[in-house]
Design a protein. Structure first.
Length: 214
């Protein structure tokens, strides 16, 4: 078993390449945890390719109410409180595009929710061999601006398989699988302040916002 430290800042850094290469190496199983569903284009591309290769992909993400930007709808509206809904819009589009894979259980989207706790876990597990422990949010900001680090655990003999599987099972305990993309809320279901804000921005501007924010 090897533990490999990784460090990266700015586009096309070593950590970014390692993340994409890790996803590209998956043959059977890929599990990804991210607090914000705002994946860089390169990561989305590799996930799409993994699905085409027949890899089972599990994505664990916090429910919008478990997002650390979530503000109770009864509280006064703030622009920052629209972020969890923007992430949900992005997730809904992704799930819609991959509904066939979801129906076939080749893609499993798990929404994490546990009381009033927030979800801020990040990590990647590949084929019962590789584990990436990182603070990287797997979003455009992390890939382009932030200084990020990680530990890549290469476990070809399965020495760490038991605690690894126990950790994933523990995470899944508080999740609910998305079976249909339309189980996710739409603009009509959002609080009034969020609806008004999102109606003022076009789809293109929403996508630009998502690509520039946390």
């Amino acid at each position: 078993m090897r533990v490999i430290p990784l460090l990266g800042v700015g586009p096309r850094n070593n950590l970014n390449r390692a993340i994409c290469d890790l996803i590209a190496s998956s043959k059977i199983q890929l599990t990804i945890c991210t607090p914000y569903f705002n994946l860089p284009v390169a990561v989305t591309r590799e996930i799409n390719r993994a699905l085409k290769r027949g890899v089972q992909v599990d994505i664990i993400i916090g429910d919008k109410t478990a997002n650390d930007f979530f503000i109770d709808p009864d509280e006064p509206f703030k622009v920052i409180s629209a972020l969890p809904y923007l992430y949900e819009i992005s997730l809904r589009r992704f799930a819609h595009k991959h509904q066939k894979a979801i129906a076939q259980h080749r893609l499993n989207v798990h929404l994490w929710k546990h009381g009033d706790n927030t979800f801020h876990l990040k990590g990647i597990w590949v084929d019962q061999r590789y584990t990436l422990l990182t603070g990287n949010n797997l979003n455009p900001r992390a890939f382009n601006l932030d200084l990020e680090n990680a530990l890549l655990i290469d476990d070809p003999k399965g020495q760490w398989s038991e605690p690894r599987e126990a950790e994933i099972a523990h995470l899944m305990r508080n999740t609910q699988r998305v079976n249909q993309y339309d189980e996710l809320d739409t603009l009509a279901n959002y609080p009034e302040g969020v609806r008004k804000f999102l109606k003022r921005v076009s789809r293109v501007r929403v996508e630009r916002l998502l690509y520039r924010i946390l």
